[in-house]
Write a protein that binds this ligand. Structure first.
Ligand code: C5P
Length: 223
């Protein structure tokens, strides 16, 4: 079974996807981590992000180790552990330039389908999270969910995630990371409104446990 979870920055999809994978004994595929890993590598190698062919070529050859075990989510490129580094603001600020590369997207989407199918075959379930899972990567997934939340809630969560105190400066930075990134990202895939057959869960006023309960109810119904 494939569980596809899409949503904007700060919608809680990483937490919910991981908890869903842990609760079902399934694998976990964080597709955002792949766009971040390509961004990290391109910056590391001095590849111009505007050179779409060069970035796509780099992704074709990328020596990427992406753990699908929700107990041990890690990202390694060329043997180097970059799990923490890909979450920094430097990468968050640059990743949309990579995600809007239309030559690169099919390369990563193909790889994502392979990982998803192999993890689902191995573990019975694989949970994949991103922006285009319910629509492009796995439109036939048994469970398709779109998580939404107000801008205010999403900026607050992202600041908490980064351990930042509430201030005018924090809010400005979070606006860039959440609202600006959504605007840039939405030029490639529509992830703010649900496609047909996709269940929307508005998480603004729900706890993590409440959201998880709803996702697990959909998993049970699909079994
Ligand atoms: O989910 P996360 O914030 O880690 O995603 C990082 C970036 O990767 C997003 O801002 C978006 O640009 C890109 N992305 C994407 N398609 C996906 C997952 C992520 O374009 N399926």
């Amino acid at each position: 079974m494939v569980v596809a979870i899409d949503g904007p920055a700060g919608s809680g999809k990483s937490t919910i996807a991981r908890r869903t994978a842990l609760a079902t004994g399934g694998g976990l595929l964080d597709t955002g981590a792949m766009y971040r890993a390509v961004t990290w590598t391109a910056l590391e190698d001095g590849v111009d992000l505007a050179d779409h062919a060069a970035v796509a070529a780099l992704a074709e050859e990328l020596d990427l180790d992406l753990g699908t075990d929700p107990e041990d989510p890690h990202v390694r490129v060329r043997g180097r552990d970059i799990t923490a580094e890909i979450r920094t603001e430097r990468i968050s600020a640059a990743v949309s330039d990579v995600a809007t590369n239309t030559r690169l997207r099919p390369v990563l989407q193909r790889l994502q389908r392979e990982i998803l199918q192999s993890a689902a075959a191995q573990r019975g379930v694989c949970v994949a999270e991103g922006r285009d899972i319910t629509t492009v990567v796995a439109p036939d997934a048994e469970v398709r969910v779109l998580l939404s939340a107000s801008e205010e809630a999403r900026m607050r969560r992202r600041a908490e995630e980064l351990g930042l105190e509430d201030s005018a400066e924090t809010r400005e930075r979070m606006h860039d990371q959440v609202v600006r990134r959504d605007r840039d990202d939405s030029s490639v895939s529509e992830f703010l409104t649900a496609a047909e057959g996709v269940v929307t869960i508005d998480t603004t006023d729900l706890s993590v446990d409440e959201v998880l309960e709803r996702v697990l109810a959909l998993v049970d119904a699909a079994r």
